[in-house]
Write a protein that binds this ligand. Structure first.
Ligand code: GCW
Length: 712
C-alpha cells in the first residue's frame, strides 16, 4: 500500500460529524455544472451517513433545505420569487441565505457561490435551520491564494518543501508527482471550505526540474488542476524568468527581445491548451539569486509586463513578487538598509504595470518576522494591483512545533490604516477598492520619499481589481496536514480572513474549534472550546515575548531559522542586524539620523515611527537604536522589558502545557499525543530563547534584573 493508504489522514475542519445537521435533512439542489455536482456529491455523502436525501427536481415533495442557482429553471415556489429579485446581484462567488421562512433557501448566481454557500451551511451547523433574517455574503478579496514552496526534486539544502514543517510535499516526491489523488482532492475540499480559491504548486525558487513544469512536465500540473477544479481552486505555476534560456535554448531572456516574447507566448498558449482555467504565473525575480530583468538592464515593470502580455489573451495574471533586496550586503556598510529595498525598487514603477500584473508584497519590509511594521510599499502604489503576502508556514514563528495562532496578527495587518484612522485599510488596498490604473505604458513615475503623501488611491481614473491575499502554505504530507495539529487553525484563518478581513480572529478560531472538535466527539465540548481559546488566542504574543524583543527581529539560527541565534546574522551578508552593544540596541531607521526608512510611510506613520517617544513599543527597535535604560511607553525600561517578557513568555508556555493536559481523554488521542509532545519541545525551546536572550543582554549591558531572577 502507498503511505497515503497506510496512514489515516486527520479530517481537519471537515470531519463527517460537521455535516450531521445537513445530512439528516432532505435537500433540493437546483442548477447544473461541475461545481453544482460537487455540492450534490457533498450532500449525498452526508445523506448516506445520516439518512437525508438529495433531490434534483424542483417539484420534489417535502424538502427541508433548498440550494439553487438563481438562473436554474424550474425553481421551487419557495425560491422562485426571491431568485427573480436578486438574480445577477450576488457576485461571482457570493450567495444569499434566506432563513426567514419554514425552509432555508440558499441562492447563488454562480456554481462557485453555491459551493461557498454549502460550506457556510456546514459552519452554521444546526443553526442553519433557525429562523433568521436574510443574509448576503461575498468575499472582500477576489483572490485568496496559497503558494506552496514545494520542490519536485528533493533540494540538497531545502529538502522537498522549502520552509516546510509538515513532512513532504502533498504534490511531489523524489522528483516525481506524488500521485496521491485522494489527498489532493481532500485538500481542495478543505481549501474551498475556508475560502481559498487559488494555489501555486511549486516553490518560488525555481530549480532545474521545477522549471520544466511549464513545458514537458506540464501534465503533472494539469493532473493537479483536474483534482482541484471541483473545489473551485485554480492552479498557478512558479516560473523562472530565465525559462527562454534554460528551456527554450535562446541566448537571452531579455524582456524586450522579440524572440523572448514569442517564446513566452507559445509556452503560455500550450499551458492553456492543456489547462483552460490556468490561473497564471508567480515570479521571484532578481531576488536571492533568482534570475530577473536586471541582467538585461531592464526593470521589474519590463519583466512583469512581458509575462503579463503572454497571459493576457487567456485571462491569466502574473504575481510578481516585490521581495527584491541585496542579499550580498557588506555588514560594515551602514548606508544600505534592507527594509528600504522593496519600496526603492517598486514605488517608482507605479503605473507602469499592465492590468494583469499583481505586485505581491510581503506584509513587512524585511521577511516574515514575528513582528514587523506593515510594508510601506502597500501605501505607495495606487495605480498598481497589490497583493499582500503572509507566511502561513511558520518559518519564523515556531516552525509548527510551537503553538502560534496567527489570526490576530493578520487581522491587525489587514485592518492597519496607512493614512491614519480615517483612511483605507490594508485589506481595502488588497481588495482594490478605489484603485486607479493607467495601464501599460502609462508612464507615471513615483514621487520618491513617501513622507507626507496623502492617499491618492480614490482619485480619478478607472478602478482596478485588487491583488488579494497570498499565504505561503503550511501543508504537507503529514497525517495532520500541518505537522502541529493546532496549526490547522492558521490555514483555516488565512482563508476566512481573506474572505472577510473584518472577522474577529477569535470568532474564526471558535468556528475552527467547533468544526474540528465536533461537540458530539468530545467528552466535554465547553471545556475543549474554552481550553483551546486559552491556549491559542494569545499564542502569537506569547511567542513574541520569548523570542526577539521589540520588533528587532532575526535573532534566529542561520539557515534553519529555528531557535535563538542572537548574533547569528549580525555579521552576515543578509542585511538583518540588531546592532546591540554595551549601551543599547536597535536599528536607527529615522530620517534625522538613520537610514531614512521612516520616510517611506505616509502621514501619520512617517511621523510616529520617526519619533522615539511616539513609536509603538512593539516596533521600537525596528525603527530606533536606544539605550538599555530608555523608558518605553509602557513605563518599563528596554532592558527590564526584555527580562520581563522573556520570563513571562516561558511561564505562559508552561500554562499552555498544563491546560492541554486537561484535555487528555476528551479529544482524539492521536491529536492529544501529538500536541503534548510538541508542547514539551515548545517549552524547551522557549527556555532556550529566554536564557540566551536574557544572558546576552545582561552580558552586554551589565544591568541586572530588578527582580533578581536567574540570568546566566
Ligand atoms: O523568508 C525567506 C526564506 C526563503 C524564501 C524567501 C522568499 C523561498 O528564508 O526560504 O525563499 O524568504 O520569500 O522568497
Amino acid at each position: 500500500p502507498t503511505p497515503d493508504r497506510a496512514v489515516a489522514r486527520h479530517p481537519a475542519w471537515l470531519p463527517p460529524e460537521a455535516f450531521g445537521p445537513l445530512g439528516i435533512r432532505s435537500a433540493l439542489v437546483c442548477g447544473t455544472g461541475p461545481l453544482v455536482d460537487t455540492v450534490v456529491e457533498e450532500l449525498t455523502r452526508a445523506g448516506t451517513r445520516y439518512g437525508g436525501r438529495v433531490h434534483r427536481h424542483a417539484r420534489a415533495g417535502a424538502v427541508e433545505l433548498v440550494l439553487a442557482l438563481t438562473g436554474a429553471d424550474p425553481l421551487p415556489p419557495v425560491a422562485a420569487r426571491l431568485a427573480g429579485e436578486v438574480a445577477g446581484t450576488l457576485g461571482a462567488e457570493g450567495f444569499l441565505l434566506d432563513r426567514s421562512g419554514h425552509v432555508p433557501v440558499l441562492l447563488a448566481d454562480t456554481p462557485a457561490g453555491l459551493l461557498y454557500g454549502l460550506f457556510h451551511l456546514v459552519r452554521l451547523g444546526g443553526s442553519a435551520f433557525d429562523l433568521h433574517p436574510v443574509e448576503r455574503h461575498r468575499p472582500a478579496l477576489d483572490r485568496r491564494m496559497l503558494d506552496h514552496w514545494d520542490n519536485v526534486d528533493v533540494h540538497p539544502v531545502m529538502g522537498q518543501v522549502e520552509r516546510g514543517y509538515a513532512g513532504g510535499s502533498i504534490f511531489w516526491r523524489d522528483g516525481a508527482a506524488r500521485n496521491e489523488p485522494d489527498r489532493i482532492r481532500e485538500y481542495g475540499r478543505l481549501l474551498a471550505a475556508c475560502g481559498v480559491n487559488a494555489i501555486t504548486v511549486n516553490n518560488v525558487n525555481v530549480h532545474a526540474t521545477e522549471a520544466r513544469l511549464l513545458t514537458d512536465r506540464l501534465g503533472d500540473v494539469a493532473a493537479i488542476a483536474d483534482l482541484l477544479r471541483p473545489y473551485a481552486v485554480r492552479v498557478h505555476l512558479s516560473v523562472t524568468f530565465a525559462a527562454p534560456v534554460v528551456l527554450g535554448g535562446l541566448p537571452t531572456a531579455d524582456p524586450l527581445d522579440d524572440r523572448v516574447r514569442a517564446w513566452w507566448a507559445t509556452a503560455t498558449r500550450q499551458v492553456y491548451d492543456r489547462i483552460p482555467d490556468f490561473g497564471g504565473y508567480v515570479v521571484k525575480a532578481d531576488s536571492e539569486g533568482q534570475p530577473g530583468p536586471f541582467t538585461y538592464g531592464r526593470d521589474h515593470a519590463d519583466g512583469a509586463n512581458l509575462l503579463a502580455g503572454a497571459l493576457a489573451p487567456f485571462g491569466g495574471v502574473v504575481h510578481w513578487r516585490a521581495f527584491v533586496y541585496n542579499h550580498r550586503q557588506d555588514w560594515r556598510d551602514r548606508t544600505t538598509d534592507r527594509a528600504r529595498a522593496a519600496y526603492d525598487h517598486f514605488a517608482p514603477l507605479d503605473g507602469r504595470f499592465r492590468d494583469n500584473v499583481i505586485v505581491q508584497v510581503k506584509h513587512g519590509p524585511i521577511d516574515f518576522q514575528a513582528r514587523e511594521p506593515v510594508s510601506p510599499v502597500l501605501a505607495a502604489m495606487p495605480a498598481t494591483r497589490l497583493a499582500v503576502e503572509v507566511q502561513v508556514t511558520q518559518e519564523y514563528t515556531g516552525q509548527q512545533r510551537h503553538v502560534c495562532y496567527l489570526g490576530p496578527w493578520w487581522s491587525e495587518l489587514l485592518g492597519f490604516t496607512p493614512w491614519g484612522p480615517q483612511g483605507r485599510t490594508v485589506a481595502d488596498i488588497a481588495a482594490g477598492a478605489g484603485r486607479t490604473g493607467t495601464g501599460a505604458g502609462g508612464g507615471r513615475t513615483g514621487t520618491g520619499a513617501g513622507a507626507g503623501r496623502t492617499d491618492t488611491g480614490a482619485a480619478g481614473g478607472r478602478t482596478l481589481p485588487g491583488g488579494g491575499l497570498v499565504g505561503v502554505a503550511n501543508v504537507g504530507a503529514d497525517p495532520f496536514w500541518t505537522g502541529h495539529p493546532l496549526a490547522q487553525a492558521n490555514l483555516y484563518a488565512f482563508g476566512r480572513l481573506g474572505w472577510d478581513p473584518r472577522l474577529d480572529p477569535r470568532a474564526v478560531l471558535d468556528e475552527w474549534i467547533g468544526l474540528t472538535f465536533p461537540p458530539s466527539t468530545t467528552g466535554d465540548p465547553a471545556l475543549v472550546r474554552r481550553t483551546l481559546h486559552e491556549i491559542m488566542d494569545d499564542s502569537w504574543r506569547t511567542y513574541e515575548r520569548y523570542t526577539a524583543p521589540l520588533g528587532v527581529g532575526f535573532m534566529v539560527n542561520p539557515r534553519d531559522h529555528y531557535g535563538p541565534g542572537v548574533d547569528g546574522y549580525e555579521y552576515s551578508p543578509w542585511g538583518t542586524y540588531h546592532f546591540a552593544d554595551r549601551d543599547g540596541v536597535g536599528v536607527d531607521r529615522t530620517r534625522a539620523t538613520g537610514t531614512g526608512f521612516t520616510g517611506q510611510y505616509p502621514c501619520p506613520w512617517a511621523e510616529r515611527y520617526e519619533s522615539v517617544e511616539q513609536c509603538p513599543d512593539e516596533l521600537l527597535l525596528f525603527f530606533h537604536h536606544v539605550p538599555y535604560d530608555h523608558v518605553l511607553r509602557s513605563g518599563s525600561t528596554v532592558i527590564q522589558h526584555i527580562y520581563d517578557t522573556h520570563f513571562a513568555g516561558v511561564e505562559q508556555v508552561k500554562t499552555m502545557r498544563q491546560r492541554w493536559q486537561r484535555l487528555a481523554g476528551l479529544v482524539d488521542a492521536a491529536v492529544h499525543a501529538r500536541v503534548s509532545g510538541l508542547l514539551e519541545e515548545q517549552l524547551r525551546c522557549a527556555r532556550e530563547w529566554r536564557d540566551q536572550i536574557n544572558t546576552y543582554f545582561f552580558r552586554k549591558s551589565g544591568v541586572p534584573d530588578t527582580h533578581s531572577r536567574p540570568i546566566h
